[in-house]
Design a protein around this ligand. Sequence first.
Ligand code: BES
Ligand code: MN
Ligand code: ZN
Length: 460
Amino acid sequence: MHSAFETSATATAVPITFATKSTWKTVSATLPAAARQFAEANAFAAKPGQYLPLPGADGTLAHVLFGLEDESKEWRDLFRPGQLPGLLPAGVYQFANAPHDARLAALAFALGSYRFNRYRNNDAPGARLVPPDGIDAHDISRMAQAAALARDLINTPSNDMGPVELARVAQELAERYSATYRCVVGEDLLKQNFPLIHAVGMASSRAPRLIDITWGNTSDPKITLVGKGVCFDTGGLDLKPSSGMLIMKKDMGGAANVLALAQMIMDAKLKVRLRVLIPAVENSVAGNAFRPLDIFRSRKGLNVEIGNTDAEGRLVLADALALADEEKPDLLIDLGTLTGAARVALGPEVPPFYTNDETLAADVARYAREENDPLWRLPLWMPYDAWLDSKVANINNAPSGGFAGSITCALFLKRFVESAKSWLHVDIYGWTPSAKPARPEGGECQAARAIYKLLSERYG
Ligand code: BES
Ligand code: MN
Ligand code: ZN
């Protein structure tokens, strides 16, 4: 169970009462007179995020009041209770009345308890919640633990999270769930025909590699996850300016989220044959770096002209997707921090997703909404496919013009997927630029929870 949850029956828990500006009058009438008086004296009005600890007769913490958005508001932050772990003193708590959504509130509580503590002690919250009745606390706990894994991996700086370290994390995960682990490293990438993964990663002293995990029963539906594992993206010879390079330790966010998703799938023992492919590389600058206008014959046999060495994510994914596609999976999913254009279009909180499977698109949108893991569909707009044409090769990795950058990236990847029965691509951001309830600043788990719920509905 996640450390934010208290499951021993003996614990006495401090009640947390939720209210909104319009319910506060009714709610306060249910409180003891002294508590009501104290709230009034403190001008408590149940504004969203407003917090008030109430003392008991002996001066100990007896009760907590917390404000939520009004029911009538056009939009309510269902993760608002995720602020509580940052406010409450250490101890055990329980919900005294129902927040807007008790399941998401409990999840928010666990997600909001996260701190990145690897390099300094960030006052890990000591508040624990007795899971509210009627929710699946194990499932919530599983999701919060997976989110913490994704966040930890992204937050860890590149000097401690290179291709070697990322592969070690994947191997440990595989061993924990008795999955099969394989890894193709360095020059072997050329021998085993992964030219693009090799081209992007070869300039780094930390050798590129392709992580390959398989798990589950071979007779179950084949689900393959592919995650962009660029452990640092300098841009390569098309070097990023310092402002653009600053948070590029997060460029393995796709890999982090694919590992988080795999952890949930294996932990829940979904009836799938799972495969996880992660091209883990560092996009560096050196004398042997790949260059603009270089041409590489990809695994799939397409000759790819390099228009920009900073469009490296689609290159490493192309070879991994081609491999995944060879065994005709029932569902092929890739996640990656692929374009700045996705963030320009939708901002850091709403990753765009792409698929031509209408049923899948509807399901992804539904679970994104239900799990408060927002995702928004953008089109695989075929008229733009011609923008990928190269005059000297089969395809260019960076169309000039710069329009619709997230769409053209998706169309590039699409060229490498042919036989999969269904394909989903998500252009994630993987980072929360400034803290919000349940979402501390830094690495973020995106798309993994929504996809996990979709898969557990289909294969649970
Ligand atoms: N990792 C970046 C994408 C990125 C940049 C994500 C900033 C989040 C924030 C990716 O490798 C990249 O550099 N993409 C280029 C593509 C372009 C050269 C076609 C981009 O988006 O500018
Ligand atoms: Mn790049
Ligand atoms: Zn990148």
